[in-house]
Design a protein around this ligand. Structure first.
Ligand SMILES: NC(=O)c1ccc[n+]([C@@H]2O[C@H](COP(=O)([O-])OP(=O)(O)OC[C@H]3O[C@@H](n4cnc5c(N)ncnc54)[C@H](O)[C@@H]3O)[C@@H](O)[C@H]2O)c1
Length: 254
């Protein structure tokens, strides 16, 4: 018996086997779910990574900036599963100029790309999947604590603050349909997205020291477990919530 037995889950954001989404897809399958993946851009790479999952999973193309991809998503997912019980948004991107301490000089064009891909897409993805969620379900997104101004995170931090707010509004508007919307605020993890942040090492050096529970920068399993738990039947009355999976750093001063 797994906690996702019989559930049908769409997982976005697999790029490498270090992706948080890869761990979510793996654990979801181990817990009994049928998983469909979406990939962005390098689809053959995503398909290769998908072959490392315990069971085969179809990979569908999804660029969250592409309206046609979003409009056809439900029909394309529907070719593989007859509905969805869970949707995982594990997508983030900001142009280099929006990261790394250049906050005062970033153009609106670059900021808007970061917000489109990392914030607005949470809403776009949820709405695109609604036709397949007639029996309710759960939407989970990946967050980085946006209550503080961090070193180097810059406009991605603003995008995450927007994600936190969008998650609460989605929870408000989708609750009547029995859809729960929650975020997992993970500590820093060595993924492709993290490596693209100039100065990410600042997080790497301090986080394990600050975390009451300690923190392993290469272990995506704790964050993935929280995503899987939130899609299970064990959080039936939780929505608009942010679960911190950061070793406890968010709770500690200084
Ligand atoms: N790595 C960390 O330290 C950390 C910490 C907290 C939260 N997060 C969040 O976790 C999520 C997943 O990131 P990750 O760290 O696993 O890195 P990752 O690089 O493995 O995943 C990021 C994903 O976003 C996808 N993506 C980028 N632009 C896209 C677009 N236009 N359309 C569709 N997909 C697109 C990429 O293809 C990739 O699969 C992101 O939201 C990230 O902000 C990461």
């Amino acid at each position: 018996m797994g906690i996702l037995d019989g559930k049908r889950i769409l997982v976005t954001g697999v790029l490498t086997d270090a992706s948080i989404a890869f761990s979510v897809a793996k654990l979801a399958q181990e817990e009994g779910a049928t998983v469909v993946l979406t990939g962005f851009g390098r689809l053959s790479l995503v398909e290769r990574i998908a072959r490392r999952l315990p069971q085969p999973a179809p990979v569908l193309e999804l660029d969250v900036q592409n309206t046609e991809h979003l409009d056809t998503l439900a029909a394309r997912v529907g070719e593989h599963v007859d509905g969805l019980d869970g949707v995982v948004h594990s997508i983030g991107f900001a142009p280099q100029t929006a990261l790394g301490g250049n906050f005062l000089n970033t153009t609106w064009e670059d900021v808007s790309t970061a917000l489109h891909v990392s914030t607005y897409s949470f809403k776009s993805l949820a709405v695109a999947c609604l036709p397949l969620m007639k029996e309710g379900g759960a939407v989970v997104g990946l967050d980085f604590d946006a209550t503080k101004a961090w070193p180097v995170y810059d406009w991605m931090g603003v995008a995450k603050a927007g994600l936190e707010s969008a998650s609460r509004y989605l929870a408000r508007d989708l609750g009547k349909q029995g859809i729960r919307v929650n975020l997992v605020a993970a500590g820093p993890l060595r993924t492709m997205a993290a490596k693209s942040i100039p100065g990410f090492k600042e997080f790497e050096d301090s986080w394990p020291e600050k975390a009451p529970l300690g923190w392993d920068l290469s272990d995506t399993v704790p964050a993935a477990k929280a995503c899987v738990a939130l899609m299970s039947d064990w959080f039936p009355a939780t929505t608009g919530e942010i679960v911190h999976v950061d070793g406890g750093v968010h709770a500690i001063g200084a």
